[in-house]
Every structure is written in structure tokens, then in C-alpha cells.
Design a protein around this ligand. Structure first.
Ligand code: GTB
Length: 215
């Protein structure tokens, strides 16, 4: 059964791969699972049909037969559990890979999202410049810790896993901020992720949505 995901009809990131459908597309590409995409407008995301799939009115969602999921962590875990390649066979290594998925979305992503939201929504506020150093330092702390863990390893815990999909996609949003660039090993980690053929296919697919809408 071909899963169907939802994605922005018109992504505010203009095809930079920052919207969260990118990580789900990437996971599907890694395991070789074909998928379909239903594009939705901001208005459609708040309509009952979409709210039945995701009560928070967000993308991406994932439909497979009578199963409907939301939350990228849950969707990618579902994909990784049903296909070989994204989670190790050894039970402890598998638990650690899942831990990295949670670490990406619960520990590293929040400060990155907070800065990005502040830059988008609060730029004109008189206190924005004063708040910025604190927001940046929150990210610096997490990136410093992540960089120390990664050291000169290729991936977060042995073989490439769903944990790396999550973490690399989270780091993508900090690329170009200058903060990620303080850590050459994280830049190299992200570059390794971005050169994976599955990543490239997923990136091209989401970019095509933007290009088709903006010829
Ligand atoms: N925790 C959820 C998950 O992991 O699935 C978060 C899902 C989420 O934030 N979805 C966003 C959404 O639907 C799109 S990805 N937002 C609309 C809404 O809440 O009404 C977040 C996103 C949006 C835009 C950019 N950008 O322009 O750079 C980057 C990331």
C-alpha cells in the first residue's frame, strides 16, 4: 500500500527543505518506499478533513490504509520499524538510535526553532536585539554538546540510523546562522547526510513542489 503524506502547497521556506515533510520524505527514500504527496494550503490544514489527520492542523501527516499518523518522530519511527535499514537489529543499539530521534526533536530542535521563530515574528520588536544573544547561546550550548559527542565519528551512534535523519534535518535549520559553522564536525556531519542519494531524491522532490508553483 502506497503511503500518502501531506506537505505545504506553498512552503514559506521556498523549497529549502526546512519544512518537516522533508525528513519523512528522506526516511521513505532511505528505505525505498514509494509514496504519494497531497499538497495542502494553510486554509485546508485548518479544515475538518485535515484536522481528522492531525488535530493540530499541521503538516506532515502520513496515511497508510486505515492508519493515519502525525508527528514526524512517530511517522519516522513507524517507517523505520516496518522497513530494514533505519534501526539496528541489536536491541540496545536500536534503543539508542531511537533515543537520538528524541534528542533531535526534544533537545536540539527547540532552541533552533525558537531563534528562527523570533527572527521571523519578532524582528520588528524593540526588544528583539536584546533577546537575540540569549536565544543564540541556547543553541550554542546544544551544538557544543552535540559536537563533543560526535567528535570525529561518521554518525551519532555507529551505523546511519533514523536518529541521524532527525538530527541532520534539525541541524539544517541552523545552517548559515553562523552557529553551526562554529563546529566543523557538525558541518561535515550535515554534509555527509546531504550527499546521501536518498536525501538528494527527497530534497529534489520537495523543491519541485516549489518550482512547479513558481515557474
Ligand atoms: N512536531 C510536529 C512534527 O514534528 O510533525 C511539528 C509539525 C510542524 O511544525 N509543522 C509545520 C506546520 O504545519 C510545518 S514544518 N505549520 C503550520 C501551522 O502550524 O499552522 C515547520 C516549518 C515551517 C516553515 C519553515 N520555514 O519557512 O523555514 C520551516 C519549518
Amino acid at each position: 500500500m502506497t503511503p500518502i503524506i501531506t506537505a505545504f502547497e506553498s512552503s514559506p521556506d521556498r523549497g529549502r527543505g526546512l519544512a518537516r515533510d522533508m525528513r519523512v520524505r528522506w526516511a521513505l527514500e532511505e528505505v525505498g518506499q514509494p509514496y504519494e504527496v497531497r499538497l495542502v494550503s494553510f486554509a485546508q490544514m485548518k479544515q475538518p478533513a485535515h484536522l481528522a489527520l492531525n488535530p493540530f492542523g499541521q503538516i506532515p501527516t502520513y496515511e497508510e490504509g486505515d492508519l493515519a499518523l502525525f508527528e514526524t518522530g512517530s511517522i519516522i519511527l513507524h517507517i523505520a520499524e516496518r522497513h530494514p535499514g533505519l534501526l539496528p537489529g541489536d536491541a540496545n543499539a536500536r534503543a539508542r538510535a531511537i533515543t537520538w530521534m528524541f534528542a533531535a526533536v526534544n533537545t536540539v530542535e527547540p532552541p533552533i526553532v525558537e531563534l528562527s521563530m523570533a527572527s521571523m515574528l519578532e524582528r520588528d520588536q524593540p526588544w528583539h536585539a536584546q533577546r537575540l544573544p540569549a536565544l543564540e547561546n541556547n543553541i550554542r550550548k546544544r551544538l557544543r554538546e552535540l559536537s563533543a559527542h560526535l567528535a570525529d565519528a561518521e554518525w551519532l551512534d555507529g551505523a546511519f540510523s533514523a536518529g541521524d535523519i532527525m538530527m541532520a534535518n534539525v541541524l539544517l535549520r541552523a545552517k548559515g546562522s553562523g552557529l553551526l559553522e562554529e563546529h566543523p564536525n557538525l558541518i561535515a556531519y550535515l554534509a555527509r547526510a546531504e550527499t546521501r542519494p536518498a536525501y538528494q531524491r527527497a530534497f529534489a522532490a520537495q523543491l519541485k513542489v516549489f518550482k512547479d508553483a513558481n515557474p
